[in-house]
Structures are given as structure tokens and as C-alpha cells.
Design a protein around this ligand. Structure first.
Ligand SMILES: [Zn+2]
Ligand SMILES: [Zn+2]
Length: 556
């Protein structure tokens, strides 16, 4: 019995082998009556060309749904989309108690209020650095510096051992806003004894340390000071330290801050309510922009990822009702371009440059820093915490691999590389014991579909090679009534010799039908399949691509 109570297991259900959609679960107790808690429930953003029409990718939570009665709670580490973005869609399937610190809870509430039909998600608000119980799990929060206020690591104490789940973090001695990474508490954990460190691998390929938020502040202040016209800064709205930096730079140069874009307005309001903009001057609403002289304004804009409807994109296209930039103005991209968004960001930058606007990015100036630890920081954390085992998470294969190699070099006794869906036993032994269902869901319009469902794959094929629809009517005796009706969509009208594609498909239908033996002509399914093949082959021969084809056979 005693040994059974010592059981401690871990399974990542998202975020391992990919950046995004973080979801981890921890279990105590033996297999037959295990109690689970979850950490984070995030999304990934889909790249349009791979998944046409899909907005978001979410972790498949079928295993948690199955285990719902044994799931005692879900703790959010922070309010980045890759950690909490799937809650609105997936919480109704779990109805589990949520734990979050005040800023995270406030952002979640605002997000729900802005999304029609969002569920009412009850959140237990827990203080920074606090200690509380989630069922049999004794949780203590550790404040970590990151690119959003209130990023928390979790110390998860169980009878089987103690885990440090780092969440997203860096070591920044001068973070501008919020407390520094709580080195003292992490060192104390090392003294107390830490079984496992489950940690952020995002920047494990990068040498040295992340520059500080204060270094970015210096650059931005300088760039605002030396600007002659208007200055616009675009960044992630949730990076409140960066908003504060822009505000300070504006004040130092006697400029007003104008907030442009709804996401930015929302975060500014929440940051004011939660005290993160205390002492910062009032910002001006967008309608003030028009009458401020160019050298008296700094615009804080949404749209750092090239989102087509965000403020900066609309301004660049000259589509914004209240805001324009002109020759000699300066736009600062104070954000990283998330992989997959490069084209969209490039398009906006080019539009700005064509209008004579100066664009400054992190390629030439230190106007952005990552919120994730580089190698020297990873080493330092391992030195403080002295874990028996390190499990790299939050990264693609390369990042996980580099994090694992680094941990080994640091002399960590055991390094365990796992994948989404692996069930890892941490106590009494450290080993992979099983697999649990894991995967992806797509948010397709308002609907969640399984990643292996046909809809998205069909749409991808349609976008590549179009479709043909054929309708014919046959009699009981197997004779065709009237001419077949064909519709070609997304297919060139003519082939290289000038022949009509429509006629080619039409002829293929007639010839194939005539060549079928009479008894097969009476079988609508056999007819449909034969015509489908013939039409696709006829078009492929002329075009080099095979469209989708649907054949409707009506019998009279
Ligand atoms: Zn984050
Ligand atoms: Zn993250």
C-alpha cells in the first residue's frame, strides 16, 4: 500500500515536439485509481498554406475527458495563447476547476467577455508565490521573469517526490516590470530535494544569456528620441513591460502615447486594473491621434504578426479610419515574428517602406528580446534546483535534444526525452511506462474537428487542383437520358493546345459510359466510380494535375 501511494506519473499531451498548445498532466496513485492535475491548455496557430481555413490547433484532450472524474484541477502558468488559448473551446468538455494568478485570470475573463458564446469559466485566483492544494497535489508558485506579467513555475509536491514545472521563463536581472525570477526559492527547492525538472527548451540552441528587458528599453528610448516624425511601436499587447518602456520613452521626449487596436486597449485596461501600469501617464484614445503634431505622438499598435485586420496592417494599407503614417515616420517592430507569419509581416513592412516610412526590426536593433532562457540560464537553473531527472518540454525536436544534451553535460543523473502522449513514471522509478491518447484538434470556423478528419485534407486538395462535378441520369435499362451535366471549378478552361477542358471531361464521360457492359451500366455506384476515374484521368493527361471529382448518378 505504501509503495502505491508513492506513485507519481507525468504525461505531456501537447507542446513536446512542437512550439505551442502546451498541456501537461501529473498523476498520483496507482493505475486503477489515479488522481490527475493538469498544467496549461494552449493553442498553436495554423499556417494557412498547410491547413487552409483552420484558425487554431488545439490539443486532443480525449484522454482527459475519459479521466474527467479523476481530474482535480488545471493550473495556468501564464496568459500566453500557447498556454491558455484553448480554454474557451475545451473547458466545457472538462468543467474542471481552474487556478490562476490575478493578471492571468483578468485576461481570461476579458477574453471570454469578448468572445460570443464563451463559457463562464470559474477561476480560483491564487497569489503570486502562494502555496495551495489541488486535490492531493501541494502546489507552490515560483515567480519567473518572462515576456508577460505573472509567469509562474510550479513546485508540485507529492508523496512520491517533488517536480519543478518551469513554465516559460528567463533570468532577467532587470525585468522593468514585476519581480525577478525567484532564485532564492529555487535554490531552497534544490536544498529540499527535487526529483524532476520539466522545463522550457525554446532557446536551448542559443548560447549565453538572453539580453534584459532593460537593454531593450534603452534602445527604444534612443529610437524615440532621435525620431523627427511620428513613432509607432508594435508589440504583443500582453508584453506589459514593453508597453511601459514605450510609455517612459514617450514621456522622456514629451510625446503622447496613443493606443491603437482593440487587443492593445484591452490589455492596457487590465494592466491598469492590476497595477502593472501604476505611475505611468494616461494614454490617449485613437481619436486624439488626428490633432497631435507628428513629433508629439507615439502610437502603440497591434499587428506585429502581420494580422490582416490588426491596426498596423490597416494603417499600412491606408485603410484605417483615424490613423495614417507618412514619409519620414518611424515604425518599430518590437516583437519576434512567429514562424509561419513571415510572409504576412513582410507584406506589411514592404507596404510601409514603399510609403517612405522607416521600419526598424530586431535584425538591426535590440528592440526585442525573447522571454525564454538560453543555455547559460538553463545551466544556472539546473545548478540551483539539482534535479535527479530533467525532462525537456516546450520545444521542437531540435530544442528538446539540445536541452537534453545540456542537462547531461551538467551532470544530471537522468535525462528523459519523451513525446506527446508518453506516460512517464517518475516515482518510484523513472521510466516510460505507457502511452495515452494524444493528438490535435482543428478549430475550423466555429467547429472543432479531429485532425485526421477529411474536411481539411479535402480543402487542401481543392485549393491545389480544383474539382469537377458530374451529373447524369440513367434509365432502369442502363441508358443515359439527356446529355451529362458537368461543372469544372478551379480548373483552367483550355489545355496547352487550346482544347476545351470541359469538352475533354464531357467526352470522357460519354465514351466511358458507352464502353461499360450493359449490366454494369445499371449499377449506379459502378457507373459513378468508372466516370470519376475517367474524368480525373482525362484532365490529368492535359493539365498534369488530378482534380477531385464527384459523380451523381440519378436513376429514372
Ligand atoms: Zn509564454
Ligand atoms: Zn510558451
Amino acid at each position: 500500500m505504501a509503495s502505491q501511494q508513492q506513485d507519481l506519473v507525468f504525461a505531456p499531451l501537447g507542446g513536446v515536439g512542437e512550439i505551442g498548445m502546451n498541456l501537461s498532466i501529473y498523476g498520483v496513485g496507482d493505475e486503477r485509481r489515479r488522481t490527475w492535475m493538469a498544467v496549461d491548455l494552449g493553442v498553436s496557430f495554423a499556417a494557412e498554406e498547410h491547413l487552409p481555413g483552420v484558425d487554431l490547433i488545439l490539443p486532443d484532450i480525449r484522454y482527459l475527458v475519459e479521466e474527467r472524474k479523476n481530474l482535480v484541477g488545471l493550473v495556468l502558468t501564464h496568459a500566453h495563447e500557447d498556454h491558455y488559448g484553448a480554454l474557451i473551446d475545451l473547458w466545457p468538455r472538462l468543467k474542471v476547476p481552474i487556478y490562476a494568478t490575478p493578471f492571468t485570470a483578468a485576461l481570461l475573463e476579458a477574453k471570454c467577455a469578448n468572445e460570443p458564446g464563451a463559457p463562464k469559466i470559474p477561476v480560483t485566483i491564487v497569489g503570486l508565490g502562494s502555496r495551495f492544494n489541488v486535490g492531493p497535489f501541494d502546489i507552490e508558485l515560483v515567480t519567473m521573469a518572462h515576456s508577460i506579467p505573472e509567469s509562474n513555475a510550479l513546485i508540485i509536491r507529492t508523496p512520491g517526490g517533488t517536480v519543478l514545472h518551469t513554465g516559460d521563463w528567463k533570468i532577467d536581472p532587470t525585468p522593468i516590470l514585476g519581480d525577478r525570477t525567484d532564485e532564492k526559492k529555487l535554490r531552497a527547492l534544490g536544498e529540499e530535494g527535487c526529483l524532476a525538472l520539466v522545463g522550457d527548451s525554446t532557446n536551448a540552441v542559443r548560447e549565453g544569456r538572453s539580453p534584459s528587458e532593460a537593454d531593450v528599453a534603452k534602445t527604444i528610448t534612443e529610437l524615440v528620441k532621435t525620431a523627427r516624425g511620428r513613432v509607432a511601436v508594435t508589440t504583443f499587447a500582453s508584453n506589459v513591460a514593453r508597453l511601459r518602456t514605450v510609455a517612459d520613452a514617450a514621456r522622456a521626449t514629451d510625446r503622447e502615447v496613443v493606443v491603437i487596436g482593440r487587443a492593445m486597449e484591452r490589455v492596457v485596461q487590465i494592466a491598469r486594473e492590476t497595477g502593472y501600469l501604476d505611475g505611468v501617464q494616461d494614454f490617449r484614445p485613437v481619436d486624439a491621434y488626428g490633432y497631435l503634431p507628428p513629433n508629439k505622438v507615439v502610437a502603440l499598435c497591434t499587428g506585429s504578426q502581420g494580422e490582416p485586420r490588426a491596426a498596423l496592417s490597416r494603417i499600412a494599407e491606408d485603410q484605417h479610419p483615424e490613423v495614417t503614417f507618412s514619409h519620414g515616420d518611424r515604425v518599430i517592430y518590437s516583437a519576434r515574428t512567429i514562424p509561419g507569419n513571415e510572409k504576412a509581416v513582410g507584406r506589411v513592412i514592404n507596404l510601409l517602406i514603399e510609403q517612405g516610412i522607416e521600419v526598424i526590426t530586431d535584425r538591426t536593433h535590440l528592440v526585442h528580446v525573447s522571454g525564454h532562457p538560453r543555455r547559460a540560464e538553463l545551466e544556472e537553473l539546473i545548478g540551483w534546483v539539482k534535479p535527479k531527472v530533467v525532462i525537456p518540454v516546450h520545444g521542437e525536436a531540435l530544442h528538446l535534444h539540445e536541452h537534453a544534451a545540456l542537462a547531461r553535460r551538467c551532470g544530471v543523473r537522468e535525462v528523459l526525452q519523451c513525446r506527446n502522449g508518453d506516460l512517464v513514471q517518475l516515482a518510484p522509478q523513472i521510466r516510460l511506462i505507457d502511452e495515452v491518447p494524444a493528438g490535435r484538434l482543428y478549430k475550423d470556423g466555429r467547429i472543432l474537428v479531429e485532425a485526421d478528419s477529411r474536411t481539411v485534407a479535402d480543402r487542401k486538395r481543392l485549393s491545389f487542383a480544383g474539382a469537377v462535378s458530374v451529373a447524369i441520369v440513367i434509365t432502369e435499362k442502363g441508358e443515359m437520358v439527356d446529355d451529362p451535366s458537368l461543372d469544372l471549378m478551379g480548373i483552367p478552361d483550355r489545355d496547352r493546345e487550346g482544347g476545351s477542358m470541359h469538352d475533354a471531361a464531357h467526352d470522357a464521360v460519354i465514351e466511358t459510359f458507352d464502353s461499360l457492359p450493359r449490366n454494369r451500366r445499371r449499377d449506379p455506384d459502378a457507373v459513378a466510380e468508372a466516370l470519376r476515374r475517367a474524368v480525373r484521368a482525362a484532365i490529368a493527361e492535359r493539365w498534369g494535375k488530378k482534380p477531385m471529382c464527384r459523380v451523381h448518378v440519378l436513376t429514372v
